[in-house]
Write a protein that binds this ligand. Structure first.
Ligand code: ADP
Length: 771
């Protein structure tokens, strides 16, 4: 403190007072100080004032002045007596305190405003509102740097009395240093843009367009990249105080921290939610096992998998262990213990017994998730039901085993007839049919039986594969099923008679009509009756009945044979299934017949069933087919007709033996048969012979069957002549191809004489009636 004595404030020496004021008091305070002095003189009282002064070093300081005016006898002021103390430090401390209080209360408000928010956008907008109100500025917002770092997208969250400025901007339009400074993480402060000498006129104009008088830009730099800016705009020039700038920086910092936390939290929540959804969708049971307290925590699915009521309270681990199948309990417990002590993965299949006593297969998966100083504290994992998969695996293994058995049996079954054929041929060659023990008739009988047997097996094999691939096509027509049964069984009567088996057929008087494929339904009836004969001892009884029941034609084939054990009843209709699968089965067969029957009947919209009172008590097979209402339509099945009129047939095959034997068979059926061995020969032969029909092999060298057919069709003869393909290929698509190539029919080798004569009869009569 120093003494102030003198005349400096004398009112009459106003120049002195004025110069004191001008010299020491900042211009904006001069008027106020003068007023104080005048008031003191007038009241003749001491004058006391804390005021700012311009210090010797031209900086501002604070002084507390106390002066007493001294008056003469006439009441005129003569001089002042007083003291002046430098209170700059005190004032600064006071100001700092005030500012810090203000700052504290602002940050408190900011924290309160942000605390309940968990979404980044809400955090940003709320924070700038608090900051904007506190600073009393015109605009606060964010700008996000774009892929091209020179561009920035502005979003605004707070504005007062100014238009919005959302949009894309280029940093370089607002001053050369702006981008560089911010890229280095420096806050850019501009207090008076209109007078800023670092800005060009164009840049000032750009600022003016946005009504920018003063700005603060706080950058957010992440991993060396300028990510975003928090900006504060004032419409008027504004001398930003250090305090304000640091407050803006602090706010920016808090916003970004909160936004980042919200984002991480949000991501976490999303991923947790996703995991929960996935767990639920996959019907996964999840569990946590507190190893210290031995309590387990399950989700709802865990309870459900064990058939338990859902409980919210944790359970003891026994609740799980007690549900494990007794056969799996000890090894599973050992495995869990091992995975806890060795901290290894627990990953295994096991069985549980549910509360309702059902046994289910589970897959368990888990590992220790919390440990302290190598002490496992908690284990967690998942469990899901794999019963379906396990059952499928078992079924697959079973099918595989059956297939292996089937292949072994197939080889065996094929070898048997082949061995007989081979032996008979050898004997015939040696004896020329002269040995009485093997007469030619007997040898031929044996050989044709074996060939038929081989044929049947191959047919069954092909049928099974065609049906299962959906390649079989039914040629349905309205037919009398009773008539079909009678005809099918007439042909097989000798088979029963030879074994002394009695066959009775009971059919209703009235026809029962079904919409069916005659060939395929005959096959069904023959398969079932052949089985009945096969599995019934000599002298047994076989009864076939047909009746109409509730819109169904029901065929029953009952035998007094071996019967079928109850547990086998369903399985026998599956492919490869035979009740006695040992290789020395006296009856032979491939275990395909019933599978074919079932599939064919189902293709007709019908059902097959089987019943047996058990082994030794015979069996009864039932076929139900939807029947058609009785109608006047005539039965149009091709039936088992015979050639009524012999004709001239030309057989064309490059295999001379086959051509010859086929011609001989035809002659046997009263046809006039000729042969030739190639396409060109056939063309010439047709011209000279003018046959009624040509039987044409497809696979011939040079001109094949298709080319030959084309050329034949080009002849005059071809306009009416019948051409039938004879081929080793008999699939539906092969038949379609021959039909499309101009053939009238298609027969499969080896030639079925009856089928050939039936076809020729049909075709020739058509061909004749057409001419
Ligand atoms: P395959 O007769 O060639 O063995 P199938 O599919 O026709 O094949 O029959 C499957 C199995 O069903 C037979 O092996 C046999 O054990 C049993 N089976 C079929 N029909 C009868 C029947 N009438 N009586 C007793 N068992 C039968």
């Amino acid at each position: 403190m120093h003494q102030l004595v003198g005349k400096s404030f004398l009112s009459d020496t106003s120049t002195t007072t004025t110069s004191w004021l001008e010299q020491y008091i900042p211009s904006q305070d001069q008027r106020q100080v003068q007023a104080f002095i005048d008031k003191a003189i007038k009241a003749k009282k001491p004058f006391e004032l804390a005021h700012q002064v311009i210090q010797a070093n031209r900086t501002l300081g604070w002084t507390f002045s106390r002066a007493i005016p001294i008056f003469n006898a006439m009441g005129e002021i003569t001089e002042w007596f007083g003291t002046a103390s430098d209170i700059t430090e005190h004032k600064q401390a006071e100001e700092a305190l005030r500012q810090s209080e203000q700052r504290k209360s602002f940050l408190l408000r900011l924290t309160d405003a942000l605390r309940p928010l968990d979404n980044p956008v809400a955090i940003e907008s709320q924070a700038v509102r608090v900051l904007g109100e506190y600073l009393g500025v015109n605009r606060i917002g964010y700008a996000k740097t774009q892929e091209d770092e020179k561009l920035v997208a502005v979003t605004l969250h707070y504005k007062q009395d100014v238009p919005g400025i959302e949009g894309l901007y280029r940093y370089e339009d607002y001053g050369p240093q702006l981008l560089q400074d911010m890229q280095m993480g420096k806050t850019v402060v501009r207090s008076d843009i209109a007078r800023d000498s670092t800005l060009s006129d164009a840049e000032k104009a750009a600022h003016a367009t946005l009504q920018l008088g003063a700005t603060v830009h706080v950058p957010l730099v992440k991993q060396g990249r300028l990510e975003a800016i928090l900006f504060v705009h004032s419409q008027q020039a504004h001398p930003w105080s250090v305090n304000e700038v640091s407050l803006i920086e602090e706010t920016a910092d808090r916003i970004w921290t909160a936004v980042e936390a919200a984002r991480v939290e949000g991501d976490l929540q999303v991923s947790e939610k996703r995991l929960r959804l996935a767990t639920e969708a996959a019907q996964l049971a999840s569990w946590e096992w507190d190893l210290v307290t031995d309590t387990v925590y399950w989700n709802e699915q865990h309870f459900r998998l064990l058939g338990m009521a859902v409980q919210s309270e944790p359970l003891q681990s026994d609740a799980f262990l007690n549900h494990i199948h007794p056969d799996d309990r000890s090894w599973l417990t050992a495995l869990l213990t091992k995975s806890i002590t060795e901290q290894s993965l627990y990953d295994t299949d096991f069985r549980v017994i549910r509360e309702d006593s059902a046994i289910r297969w589970m897959h368990g998966y888990g590992r220790v998730t919390v440990q302290e100083q190598d002490q496992p504290l908690r284990m967690s994992g998942l469990m899901f039901d794999i019963t379906d998969r396990k059952e499928a695996e078992v079924a697959l293994r079973e099918t595989d085993r059956r297939k292996d058995e089937f292949l072994a049996m197939l080889a065996h079954e094929l070898r048997n007839p082949l061995s007989t054929l081979h032996n008979t041929l050898l004997l015939l060659r040696l004896t020329r049919g002269q040995d009485e023990t093997l007469s030619l008739d007997r040898a031929l009988g044996m050989m044709s039986r074996e060939v038929n047997h081989l044929n049947r097996m191959i047919d069954d094999l092909l049928d099974v594969s065609r049906i299962s691939q959906g390649k079989i096509q039914l040629h349905k027509e309205r037919l009398d099923i009773g008539k079909l049964i009678r005809e099918a069984l007439e042909a097989a009567r000798s088979q029963f008679a030879s074994r002394g088996q009695a066959l009775t057929i009971k059919l209703p008087k009235e026809p029962i009509w079904v919409d069916g494929d005659a060939t395929r339904l005959t096959q069904v009836v023959r398969n079932l009756t052949t089985n009945a004969a096969k599995y019934t001892p000599d002298g047994g009884q076989i009864d076939v009945t047909l009746e109409q029941q509730k819109g169904q034609a029901v065929v029953r084939i009952r035998d007094s044979g071996t019967g079928i054990a109850a547990e086998q009843l369903q399985a026998i209709f599956e492919v490869f299934v035979q009740v006695s699968a040992s290789l020395d089965r006296p009856q032979g067969g491939l275990g395909l017949g019933l599978a074919v029957v079932k599939q064919l009947v189902e293709l007709h919209g019908g059902r097959v069933g089987v019943d047996s009172l058990g082994l030794g008590h015979g069996s009864e097979f039932t076929v139900s087919l939807p029947s058609l209402p009785d109608g006047g339509l005539q039965h149009t099945s091709a039936g088992a007709g015979h050639a009524t009129k012999a004709g001239r047939i030309l057989v064309v095959d490059d295999n001379a033996d086959l051509a010859l034997t086929t011609a001989m068979l035809l002659r046997h059926k009263q046809y006039e048969a000729h042969t030739c061995l190639s396409g060109p020969d056939a063309l010439a032969a047709v011209e000279s012979l003018q046959p009624a029909a040509v039987l044409l092999d497809l696979g011939m060298p040079g001109m094949d069957g298709f080319a030959t057919c084309r050329r034949l069709r080009a002849l005059d003869w071809g306009k009416h002549g019948v051409i039938v393909a004879l081929s080793g290929y008999g699939q539906e698509e092969d038949k379609n191809r021959t039909r499309d190539s101009g053939f009238d029919g298609h027969l499969v080798k080896p030639l079925n004489l009856q089928a050939l004569t039936e076809l020729l009869t049909k075709l020739l009569s058509i061909s004749e009636s057409g001419t």
